[in-house]
Write a protein that binds this ligand. Structure first.
Ligand code: FES
Length: 216
């Protein structure tokens, strides 16, 4: 039976042929991420295959597309959810570093972007915000930062698209609805802005921001 070892913990498990690295990780309680649930849409299951790369099923075009947007891709990078083990006697050794590194890197990029805004450097702010989104596209905070930078640079349509993406990733955060409403207002989309503001007020009815709305 094939064997999979996870570094740096050294956790090892035997699994049947056809098992993916992510499935093996789940079984062994190792540290491979799976934000999209293993459907090849996020890259949190990014691993470095240190041994046994040739014993894995080849990467599909879809996996390669996701990998194009992943962080610190190397020649032995694979998505754990897409890497099924083919070799009967294979020993696969993987290092699952990406899941831990991604939030940190994205957060640092958001911070770099905020610093660049403070320093009045719009291009650097935009570039850092875009990198943050590409590193962690499922996080509301990265889309929010990109929305704010686009807004500052006057690209309101892109800003609204990013604000909507932020809301889509965390629709319980009232402040994201406020940003969305502001951009909709700036773009003249008044009915949509009213709806967004209504959602924000429903999520945070005690904010002083909505006091005049409720009385008037
Ligand atoms: S778990 Fe999301 S791409 Fe593998």
């Amino acid at each position: 039976m094939p064997k999979v070892r996870f570094e740096p913990d050294g956790i090892e498990i035997e699994v049947p042929v056809g098992t993916s690295i992510l499935e093996a990780s789940n079984k062994a309680h190792a540290q491979v991420g799976s934000a999209c649930g293993g459907v090849c849409a996020c890259s949190t299951c990014h691993v470095y295959v240190k041994q046994g790369l040739g014993d894995l099923e080849g990467a599909s075009d879809r996996e390669e597309d996701i990998m194009d947007k992943a962080f610190d891709v190397r020649s032995n990078s694979r998505l754990g959810c897409q890497s099924k083990i083919e070799g009967e006697d294979a020993t696969i050794v993987v290092a699952a570093i990406a899941a831990q590194a991604i939030p940190l890197v994205a957060q640092m990029k958001v911070q770099d972007s905020q610093d660049a805004v403070d320093a009045g450097n719009g291009n650097a702010a935009l570039s850092a915000a875009k990198t943050a989104v590409s590193v962690e596209p499922w996080a509301a905070s990265t889309h929010l930062q990109l929305a704010l930078v686009d807004e500052q640079l006057g690209d309101l349509r892109t800003a609204l698209r990013e604000a909507r993406a932020a809301v889509a990733h965390d629709d319980a955060d009232w402040s994201l609805w406020v940003v969305r409403a502001r951009l909709e207002t700036k773009l003249g989309q008044i009915p949509a802005a009213r709806q967004s503001l209504k959602r924000a007020a429903a999520l945070n009815p005690h904010s002083p921001l909505f006091a005049s709305n409720s009385s008037g």
